[in-house]
Structure formats: structure tokens, C-alpha cells
Design a protein around this ligand. Structure first.
Ligand SMILES: *Cc1c(COP(=O)(O)O)cnc(C)c1O
Length: 423
């Protein structure tokens, strides 16, 4: 059976129209299945960053603001807009996802001030829930937070959302693709349900942008946030983005009144007047070095095309699921991601009671074989992230073979249960 799968993987790689994109990234010895946490370095980014530091900063100094930097946020926003199906003037890039989430949640609760209910789910990324808890504690003291719980810890039904929504709902906020199981919501359907109740929806696209096709405009989305260092390959801590549809922009107010959201920052007047477009969600000076580093990754993604990437991602995740079912389920693994491709993003979570130690053994092999880098999410999920821009089918095959060996030989017993700081 192994030989059959190996041949199949090689055949799939041979026929892969996107295979050449792998060359546009720095690739080492390791098998990297963590593009859902920190995407690989595009070669072009290295080149551009060196130029930026040596020449734009090193030689041109402050003159580079007018020569290059002041237009950079708009240039990058327009490219992100293309990837998430928005208009260029509906995207702001800057700050972190958490900060942008705070700005938009705050603005929504202020705008919808006759309603006091906020709805999210237990599958959401904790930072979003913390921000909501903080807003209620510090500012919106009469609001309530409803966290819908998932029965299988994998998905939440449309019906559960429908039941929770009512005319008192100010905000519904969800991760479009959830970070543990990769369950993917039907964005259009959820937006429709919320709008029927007069609620606004704020989507977190951190595990969607660059992973699955997103069309914010076509899906009638109100607002979204997302990060660029995962599938968009923008680099560690790269600036995040936010989206506000045009009709809402002037209705929502940034809780941080700062000079970069002022209509005329360089007039240095002492009265605040907010910009009247999406740039009103800016705060301070853009992080030029990390902002510039995003662009090359976006270019690669736009060149490959999201529909093509999705097609490959689905083929890869389906192949991986088949391998897990046949080779790993007999060893005590289970699949904690939807089997229906339409309902999942671009990673597969597998669970095993020794999940943490198995993940450590993958990263630090005893037998000198290449390191395989997944990530681990408690209590026992090993996430295998598929980035179709640079992952091959053969890598998926080798990963499953290696996991099998780790379990059969109990190689994981070399490790303790104590967790590293970043897992
Ligand atoms: C990764 C991730 C974040 C990260 O937030 P930062 O503020 O950029 O650290 C937020 N939300 C989701 C859903 C994520 O997956």
C-alpha cells in the first residue's frame, strides 16, 4: 500500500500546474507543514528587504517617505483586496489582527448602541474572545457575550447561529475558517441570517486569506480582519488588515483617534477630523519594514490565482485524509477536520492521545531524517497545514509514513510533556 501511495504522490506532483511556484520560496531540508502559522519566505522578499534597508533607509533616509513609503499602505491594501474579493478602498493594512479586531468591534457596538448582544462561538481564536470580554468589562458594561459551543469541537451548525440571532444582536463575529479543525463557514449564508436580524458581522479571515477563496463583496460581508503572516507569507508579525464595506465606512468610528487617521495629518492642527474612508481606521506611522515585506508574497499568490490554489489545496487535503484514514487511524489517530472539502480550509487536524510528544518527535527526529514541522494545538491536535504554493504531495506522503514510524517504534517516548513557549 505504501508503494502505491508513493507512486500516486509522485504522479500528482508531476501533473501539478502550480509546482514551479515552490522555487519562488526559500526551501530548506525540512518538510514544512506550518504555513498556517508562519508562511515561508519568498525569495523576492529577501531581495526587496535588503534593498529597502540598504538604500531606501540607509541612503535616502527621510526622503524615502515621499519616494516610496507614503503610498505603500495603499499599494499593499489593493493587493490584499484582490485576494479577499474587496475594493481597494475597502482595505486598511497595518497594526495587528487583535488591534484591528478591537477597533471594528468597538466601532460596531458604538454604532449599534440600541442593541446589547454579541455572539461568537467556542471555535473562535481566543484573542478575539478576549477582546470582546475586555470591551464588555471596560466600556460596554451592559452588553452580553454569547459563546455558542460546538458539540463535536469541530463545527457549529447554521441552525445554532440562526437560533442565537435576534433583534437585540449588535454583532456576530466568527472565524471564517476556524483555527483548530479548519471548519469553514458559509459566509454568504451567515451574513444573510445576521442581516435579517439587523446584526452586523465581523469575520476573522486569518485562516482564510490565501487559503480559501474569499469574496467579501459578493458574500455581502460587512467587516473583516485577518493576518498576513500565515498563508500570505508576509513574515513574522507582519501587519494585519481590516475590511469595511463602503456603505459602512462613514458610520463607524475608530476608537483610536490618531494622526494617521486624520484628514490632514501633516497640517498638525489640534482638532481631530477623521478621514472619511477606510483609512480612518489607521492609527500611527505604518511599520514600513514589515509592510514592504508583505508585497512579494501577495504577488506570488495573485499570480498563482486563488481558484487554482484552492483546487490544489483540496486535492492535497483529500489525499492526506485518505493516507491518515488508511495508515494512521489503525494506530489510534482520528481526524478532527471536516471530511467534506466544501466545509474545510487548508489544514487537517489529526488527534492522538500522545499528540504533543508525536509532534515533538516529528520536529526533532532521532534517525537523522529531515525535520517535519507541523504545529500543535491543545489538548491533542496536530495540525498539518497545507500551503499549495510550496507543499508537494510527496511531502504529505513522507509525513504520514514518518508519523506511522514514530508511533510504531514509540520514538515519541524520548520527549516529556512540558511544552515549549511557542507551540
Ligand atoms: C493567527 C490569528 C490571529 C492573530 O492575531 P494577531 O493579533 O495578529 O496576533 C487572530 N485571529 C485568528 C483567527 C488567527 O488565526
Amino acid at each position: 500500500m505504501l508503494e502505491k501511495y508513493k507512486q500516486e504522490a509522485r504522479e500528482l506532483d508531476k501533473n501539478d500546474k502550480l509546482a514551479h511556484f515552490r522555487n519562488q520560496f526559500e526551501i530548506g531540508e525540512e518538510i514544512y507543514l506550518d504555513g498556517n502559522s508562519l508562511g515561508r519566505l519568498p525569495k523576492k522578499t529577501l531581495e526587496l528587504s535588503i534593498n529597502l534597508i540598504q538604500n531606501q533607509w540607509g541612503k535616502r533616509l527621510i526622503r524615502s517617505w515621499n519616494e516610496h513609503w507614503i503610498v505603500l499602505p495603499n499599494k499593499v491594501s489593493a493587493k490584499i483586496a484582490q485576494i479577499v474579493g474587496a475594493k481597494p478602498d475597502e482595505i486598511f493594512v497595518g497594526d495587528s489582527t487583535s488591534v484591528n479586531f478591537y477597533k471594528l468591534a468597538f466601532a460596531t457596538l458604538n454604532f449599534q448602541n440600541d442593541k446589547s448582544k454579541i455572539i461568537t462561538d467556542s471555535l473562535n481564536f481566543p484573542t478575539d474572545i478576549y477582546v470582546l470580554q475586555g470591551l464588555i468589562e471596560q466600556q460596554f458594561k451592559n452588553h452580553t457575550l454569547t459563546i455558542l459551543t460546538s458539540e463535536d469541537d469541530m463545527s457549529i451548525s447554521k441552525e445554532a447561529i440562526e437560533q442565537a440571532l435576534d433583534k437585540n444582536t449588535a454583532l456576530l463575529t466568527l472565524s471564517h475558517v476556524v483555527f483548530k479543525s479548519a471548519y469553514k463557514y458559509d459566509m454568504q449564508k451567515i451574513n444573510d441570517l445576521a442581516h435579517q436580524n439587523g446584526a452586523l458581522v465581523l469575520w476573522d479571515l486569518s485562516h482564510s486569506a490565501g487559503a480559501v477563496p474569499v469574496n467579501l463583496n459578493e458574500s455581502s460581508a460587512d467587516m473583516a480582519v485577518g493576518c498576513t503572516y500565515k498563508y500570505l507569507n508576509g513574515g513574522p508579525g507582519a501587519p494585519a488588515f481590516l475590511y469595511v464595506k463602503r456603505e459602512l465606512q462613514e458610520k463607524l468610528s475608530n476608537p483610536i483617534w490618531a494622526w494617521f487617521s486624520h484628514q490632514k495629518p501633516f497640517d498638525f492642527t489640534l482638532d481631530y477630523t477623521a478621514k472619511n474612508d477606510v483609512q480612518r481606521f489607521a492609527a500611527g506611522t505604518p511599520s514600513v519594514l514589515s509592510l514592504a515585506a508583505i508585497e512579494a508574497g501577495l504577488d506570488v499568490m495573485i499570480e498563482a490565482g486563488m481558484p487554482n490554489l484552492r483546487e490544489k489545496s483540496v486535492a492535497q487535503s483529500s489525499f492526506l485524509i485518505e493516507l491518515v484514514q488508511n495508515l494512521l487511524e489503525p494506530l489510534g489517530f482520528s481526524i478532527a477536520s471536516p471530511l467534506d472539502a466544501d466545509a474545510r480550509g487548508s489544514h487537517i487536524s489529526i488527534q492522538h492521545q500522545e499528540g504533543y510528544r508525536i509532534n515533538r518527535a516529528m520536529i526533532e527526529p532521532a534517525d537523522g531524517s529531515p525535520s517535519i514541522i507541523p504545529d500543535f494545538r491543545p489538548p491533542n491536535n496536530i495540525r498539518l497545514g497545507i500551503a499549495p504554493l510550496y507543499n508537494t504531495f510527496e511531502e504529505l506522503f513522507l509525513t504520514v509514513v514518518r508519523i506511522k514510524k514514530i508511533v510504531v517504534t514509540k520514538e515519541y517516548e524520548r520527549f516529556g510533556d512540558e511544552k515549549l513557549t511557542v507551540i
